[in-house]
Design a protein around this ligand. Structure first.
Ligand code: NAP
Ligand code: MG
Length: 403
């Protein structure tokens, strides 16, 4: 078979620990035998981030904007223990945070569904994608503990210098707490555009919920901005694509999601997204089966697995012990990026290959061959638990039969 040719390079962001090991295996076994893989390589492994004072992360984000599509391996976000372990010059910020700030995107997380791993919610048949707004609200709040006798006020200095203040609460009768939050219209507009674009890209309905009945200024602004952006920029395209935008009160959305068969993209305010993404991923079975894509409001895409570097498995691997680490989400990060590259560059063979790679991965698991994390939760009675490498080799065999 002749190798598939690429036109524009994919931005490749290598990473850390066990996922870095899987990364190389995936390239060796599942990609390079079939594709003349063209990537612009950035080593985001912690050692190289330290060697470059984290410039490599910034460069990789700008390359993503330039080329349009990136694929990223999981990376360590340093804490005090990592500073010591890697002898770091400083405690670098999360690479995902740095990339997200430059690309200005929204993260969409989608579970990968296979037979034998049944969602806890019986009626969920299709994946539910969560889009989390990643700016403001409680994550950038100002809060304070107050003593009895204190008074909390909100003071606004208008553009002309005049001041207005409102009492939040008078704590005359006892101690308490106060919290204030903010958001930016521009950020909400970008979030809305990313969500509408991704819904069109995926041809799936978009749902959004906020507490606008109680929060008549704050949450209502989210509702209004989503509505304005939809009416002005997206209604026609949604109608053409046969998909819908659905807004309701957050409580109603939660109730409907539970009773739905899935298949929608669920846009969430920052806190709702934080909480609901954990509920969705655990209800669908496993963090190792969750993909993640960062989408900018202008249509730049960065694909990755939702899980981390699987440190515990890596230490076993370093000791020479056999590991059984699930590579599915990382395989899907590659297939997602290759499919998008194929669509943008009009290379149908690349799109077909990406689809078959995903199908081969799913069929391998559905034939009973899987890694330990899935073997522990599957409803299949007969399973073969494979090592990290043997699972990838099994996927390659299935893939070769499909090609
Ligand atoms: P983690 O790497 O996601 O792993 C947590 C546990 O979940 C693992 O110990 C393992 O459980 C299970 N697990 C996760 N992915 C798996 C897979 N693919 N196959 C099998 N089991 C899997 O989270 P963490 O241990 O909290 O974080 C490790 C490092 O990853 C940290 O340095 C963190 O900063 C980084 N991180 C990076 C990203 C990212 O780059 N997007 C995201 C999150 C965390 P068992 O040990 O029980 O088998
Ligand atoms: Mg959370």
């Amino acid at each position: 078979m002749e190798k598939i040719q690429m036109i524009t390079p994919l931005v490749e962001m290598d990473g850390d620990e066990m996922t870095r090991v899987l990364w190389q295996m995936i390239k060796d076994e599942l990609l390079e035998p079939f594709i003349d893989l063209k990537t612009e390589y950035y080593d985001l492994g912690l050692k190289n981030r330290n060697d470059t004072d984290d410039q490599v992360t910034i460069d990789s984000a700008h390359a993503t904007i330039k080329h349009g599509v990136a694929v990223k391996c999981a990376t360590i976000t340093p804490n005090a223990a990592r500073v010591e372990e890697y002898n770091l010059k400083k405690m670098y910020k999360s690479p995902n945070g740095t990339i997200r700030a430059i690309v200005n995107g929204t993260v969409f997380r989608t579970p990968i569904i296979v037979k034998g791993i049944t969602p806890c919610v019986r009626n969920w048949k299709e994946p539910i994608t969560i889009a989390r707004h990643a700016y403001g609200d409680v994550y950038q709040n100002v809060e304070e503990k107050l003593q009895s006798g204190d008074k909390a006020e909100l003071v606004i200095t208008r553009a002309d210098g005049s001041k207005e203040s409102r009492v939040i609460h008078d704590f005359a009768k006892g101690a308490g707490i106060v919290q204030t939050m903010h958001n930016m219209n521009d950020s909400i507009v970008s979030f809305a555009r990313s969500c509408f674009n991704y819904a069109l890209d995926q041809k799936k309905d978009l749902w959004f919920g906020a507490k606008d009945t109680i929060s008549k200024q704050y949450d209502h602004t989210f509702k209004d901005i989503f509505n304005d952006v939809f009416e002005k920029e997206y209604r026609k395209d949604f109608e053409l694509a046969g998909i819908e935008y659905f807004y309701s009160l957050i409580d109603d959305i939660v109730a409907r999601i539970m009773k739905s068969k899935g298949g929608m993209i669920w846009a969430c305010k920052n806190y709702d997204g934080d909480v609901m993404s954990d509920m969705i991923s655990s209800a669908f079975g496993s963090l190792a089966m969750m993909t993640s894509v960062l989408v900018s409001p202008t249509g730049v895409y960065e694909y990755e697995a939702a899980h981390g570097t699987v440190q515990r498995h890596y230490y076993k691997h370093l000791k020479g012990e056999e590991t059984s680490t699930n590579s599915v989400a990382t395989i899907f990060a590659w297939s997602g990026a290759l499919r998008k590259r194929g669509q943008l560059d009009d290379i149908p063979e690349l799109v077909k290959f990406a689809n078959k790679l995903e199908l081969a991965t799913i069929q391998t698991i559905e034939s009973g061959k899987m890694t330990k994390d899935l073997a522990l939760i599957t409803s299949f009675e007969e399973t073969v638990t494979l090592s990290s490498r043997d699972f990838i080799v099994a996927v390659r065999k299935t893939l070769e039969d499909l090609l």
